[in-house]
Design a protein around this ligand. Sequence first.
Ligand code: PHE
Length: 337
Amino acid sequence: MLDITSLKKTFLDELNSVTKLAEIQQLRVKYLGKKGLLTSKLKLLSALPPEERRSLGRSVNELKDLIETEIDLKESLLGEKERKERLVSEAIDITLTGKYTPFGREHPINKVLAEIADIFVTMGFGVEEGPEVELDYYNFEALNIPKDHPARDMQDTFYITEDVILRTHTSPVQIRVMEKVKPPLRFIAQGKVYRCDADISHTPMFHQVEGLMVDTDISFSDLKGVLEAFIHRIFTPETPVRFRPSFFPFTEPSAEVDIGCIFCDGRGCRVCKGSGWLEILGAGMVNPRVFEMVGYDPEIYTGFAFGMGVERITMLKYSIDDIRLFYENDLRFLRQF
Ligand code: PHE
């Protein structure tokens, strides 16, 4: 009735076949639980006569102790085994090198654009902008460059339609701003411009900074003062500056501004073609015809305008001899700035 021996044998067999921690819990319930195999044997004891109860009771209790000890032992062994397996399978190699994400940096052109803006802003100039896809009217006509004017040949224009082009300079922003506001005004405009041209010193897209100042008594000496102050800050305070007569349809008189050659200190070299000077920008007093186009009275107002190529200034500032380097995205070049 109380076959302790065979129960013990079944238990030990079952215990032997247990390989997972979860199964141990089931085994515990099966034997020691409220309705467990051993528990039910213990219950039967009470129905026996006292002598039998005593001796049988001892063996049942011994078996109970054995089952508890064996289960606890197996549980801790399996627990340890599973913990070790998990440590191995979840191992992280903390000696592996991390993923390297290189930091980007500002493009030299953007850096110089910001520097130029800073200098003019400290001189009280605002910052304006205009569209890169521009009307022929703003890019040429309103700047006193009529349709058949030979001055259009100075700039190789990308046409989108007969009236819509990619702006060839930032000067159209002068017109757009003057149409909106009345003098006095002073601002710069920066941005991309486009000309169908490509060689060691030309790219089809490049950057310009335009400047315009209009008031009742602006003279050529204001233009000189502002541009000299600018050049002495963007290059060095010792940089020689020279104004040379030139022509632009939208300024009169017009000038080209040169700085002393930074490669030979003005002695004359291959870069400055022996002249000792390098041209860096165009400028002049606003042509009264332009004022008329925007409805300003040229008898009351005078002003100056200037325009410079940012690639050219950057090349001179950092002694770069090929403009195409700016747009080849060679990190060895870009990382130097
Ligand atoms: N827009 C002229 C150019 O590209 C430069 C300029 C601007 C000249 C303003 C005079 C006044 O080439």
